[in-house]
Design a protein around this ligand. Structure first.
Ligand code: FES
Ligand SMILES: [Fe+2]
Length: 399
């Protein structure tokens, strides 16, 4: 298949991007303060498109997944309807609130509440309820409460805002079309792992937005991304698009001492890219607001990482490697597991540093944090968050 990919971000060389972004310290408060977190919750997380799953998890009419979204105290049922549409509902019976589903995933033609047997269709409508005449209600007014849902690039996004200011596609702008072309849009399976970390979601995300730490935290794996001409392995370009960001990683052109096993996995990835008729070009990450990281280009990259806040100082990460075909033989299965575990190894090296960072910053001793030029993505996330909180405050201030 020959798909034409375009860089959706305006990619700037580092010096130019740094000049535009500015410098200067920022307040440390947004990284730990519970009152600030409450503002972010209302200003951002309860009214922004959030990544919660993939269509391959609900392949058939009646297929559903349950997702717990702790910051909203919500349990969501994400269901494929008979019409093929993907909808999300609060997992709460409209009679007296009982949760309808305990399983994490499954397939059902209808959803019956265990308490008094109100029964709902996959489209959320109340189909039947015992002795319903005694309620003096219309069934049409008893549908499950819906949450705005949209699929982009095969990935499912939800928005708790009852009437979102923009569609997910509008929110992602030109990145949406690129996501549609990524292999993740055609994925049929994935390898997933999750982690919980004692750190603010921004502090955790920031760890994946700078390479400054590579040579100190990942000396073993970092060798692949470092060389005398780029001793910190800094990216070559940074891109900005509204609240979203991007970076293009530098590629070490010199001969590398790559372990044979990694070579095998790398060769396989390159071969897959070529199968798809893709020109090899440097790896570009999309950092999508607020907490979603997808390695976008080249399209052989199948990695997504969501960092869902659980509170001001706790975050759950969900990492997936997506696959567009069955692992039809042992060597392909090995390559997949190897790739996934190689990523997992690197991330486990980050945890200690990120949690130590949270403990230090939450002590309140450090009132300001500093960003260097190659931490400009961190600055952009920080500035975007502050701007969203300020906008929300302006909307909700009493004159
Ligand atoms: S609470 Fe669900 S039927 Fe009564
Ligand atoms: Fe790292």
């Amino acid at each position: 298949m020959n798909v034409h990919h375009q860089q959706p971000f305006a990619m700037l060389p580092v010096e130019e991007a740094a000049r535009l972004r500015g410098s200067g310290p920022v307040s440390s408060r947004p990284y730990f303060d519970p009152d600030w977190w409450e503002l972010e919750r209302r200003a951002i997380f309860l009214r922004t498109w959030l990544h919660v799953g993939h269509v391959c998890e609900i392949p058939e009419p009646g297929s559903f997944i349950r997702r717990e979204i702790e910051f909203a105290r919500a349990s969501l049922l994400i269901v494929r309807g008979r019409d093929g549409a993907v909808r999300s509902f609060h997992n709460a019976c409209t009679h007296r609130g009982t949760q309808l589903v305990e399983e994490a995933a499954g397939k059902r033609g209808q959803f019956s509440c265990p308490y008094h047997m109100w029964t709902f269709g996959a489209d959320g409508r109340l189909l039947s309820a015992p002795d319903f005449e005694r309620f003096h209600l219309a069934k049409e007014d008893c549908s499950l409460k819906q949450v705005a849902t949209e699929v982009v690039g095969g990935m499912i996004f939800i928005n708790f805002d009852p009437s979102p200011a923009e569609t997910a596609r509008e929110f992602f702008g030109p990145v949406a079309a690129e996501m549609d072309k990524l292999p993740v849009a055609r994925a049929i399976d994935f390898t997933e792992w999750t982690y919980e970390i004692a750190a603010n979601w921004k502090l955790n995300f920031d760890n994946f937005q700078e390479n400054y730490h590579l040579r100190f935290i990942h000396p073993r794996t970092g060798e692949l991304a470092l060389s005398p001409e780029n001793p910190f392995g800094y990216p070559t370009h940074y891109g900005f698009l509204g609240p979203h960001r991007s970076q293009t990683l530098w590629r070490n052109p010199g001969p590398m001492d790559i372990p044979a096993s990694l070579m095998l996995a790398g060769t396989r990835t390159a071969a897959l890219a070529q199968q798809d008729g893709e020109p090899p070009f440097p790896k570009t990450d999309f950092k999508l607001f607020p907490c979603f990281h997808v390695v976008g280009l080249p399209p052989a990259q199948l990695y997504t990482h969501t960092m869902m806040p659980l509170g001001p100082d706790r975050t759950r990460g969900t990492i997936r490697m997506y696959w567009t075909s069955d692992a039809e033989n042992a060597s392909r299965l090995f390559t997949r597991e190897f790739n996934a575990m190689a990523v997992r190894d690197v991330l486990s090296e980050d945890r200690r540093a990120v949690e130590a960072g949270q403990r230090g910053i939450a002590s309140g001793a450090i009132e300001q944090v500093h960003f260097q030029d190659h931490e400009m993505l961190l600055r952009h996330l920080y500035e975007t968050v502050v701007a969203k909180v300020e906008a929300w405050r302006a909307e909700h201030s009493t004159p």
